[in-house]
Ligand binder design. Structure first.
Ligand code: BTN
Length: 258
């Protein structure tokens, strides 16, 4: 067997911010994978990810230098069902943090993409590796240039630096997001998702025509996306069946048509 020689790695930088133990790595495969075995209230940020993962079919997520690639481990006590709305609530929390930072006209695309018009500023990947925790993976284009790494992304991404001009660091953005995640967690812990749902429904912006794919169904179908109900179920106005609601776990894919 050909074993590579051991390379001495400098220890990650660790500090405490906003009630989180926060680690900063220079380079990692995926911060979510790295965070998978870490205790709650730990956050991992990397300057570069070599195997960043996206939400849809685990697509590669371009994670070049200058972006915020962050994974936060949240405690999830009690039943799994109680935390099913975490992906929606986390999107709402990150949107609020970026809006407070000065990003106007930010909207959500179901379930938790952060969009400026049709360009994506940030995406979330929420994963449960252990029964009592969840890893909230957050990717925000800050100073990086994803289209240089992948020209197919030209015109599809937005960067924070182009909206809120300099004078801050990636860590400043991370701090705001970690603070917002703590607040969101307290609301979910109390079983108060409905508080979030009202605000969330303003964040989708105008009702849009979408095409959705449901698990176990061969055909996609179109309808008017109408946000979520107080239980976090997706509300869709369909031509054939009128108003319908779908549990987030049923929806494999949602594509905006306008
Ligand atoms: C998506 O919109 O498809 C989700 C993108 C999530 C990317 C972030 S970057 C930090 C964390 N680590 C990963 O491998 N993915 C998430």
């Amino acid at each position: 067997m050909n074993l590579a020689p051991e390379i001495a790695c400098p220890p990650p930088v660790a500090c405490h911010i906003e009630g989180w133990r926060s680690l900063v790595l220079d380079e990692v495969g995926s911060t979510n994978s790295h965070a998978s075995s870490l205790p709650p209230w730990t956050a991992v940020r990397a300057n570069v990810q070599t195997g960043g993962r996206g939400r849809i079919r685990e697509r590669h997520w371009v994670s070049d230098e200058g972006g915020l690639w962050l994974s936060a481990v949240l405690p999830c006590p009690g039943s799994r069902r109680k935390w099913e709305l975490l992906p929606l609530a986390a999107g709402w929390a990150v949107l609020g943090a970026l809006r407070d930072f000065g990003v106007a006209d930010l909207r959500l695309r179901w379930p938790n993409d952060l969009m400026l018009g049709r360009r994506k500023l940030a995406g979330l990947l929420v994963e449960r590796y252990q029964p009592a925790t969840a890893v909230i993976g957050i990717g925000v284009n800050v100073f990086n240039q994803p289209e240089l790494a992948n020209p197919a992304l030209a015109g599809l991404t937005a960067r924070l630096e182009d909206i809120v001009p300099g004078g801050y660091t990636v860590d400043d953005v991370a701090r705001l997001i970690l603070r917002a995640l703590r607040r969101m967690h307290a609301i979910l812990l109390q079983g108060e998702f409905h508080q979030i749902a009202d605000q969330l429904n303003l964040d989708w912006a105008k009702p849009r025509r979408v095409e959705i794919t449901l698990s176990g169904r061969a055909h996609t179908f179109a309808g008017l996306f109408q946000g979520v109900d107080p239980h976090g179920r997706l509300r869709l106005l369909t031509e054939r069946e009128g108003p319908c609601v779908y549990d987030a776990t049923q929806v494999v894919l949602l594509r905006e048509l306008d």
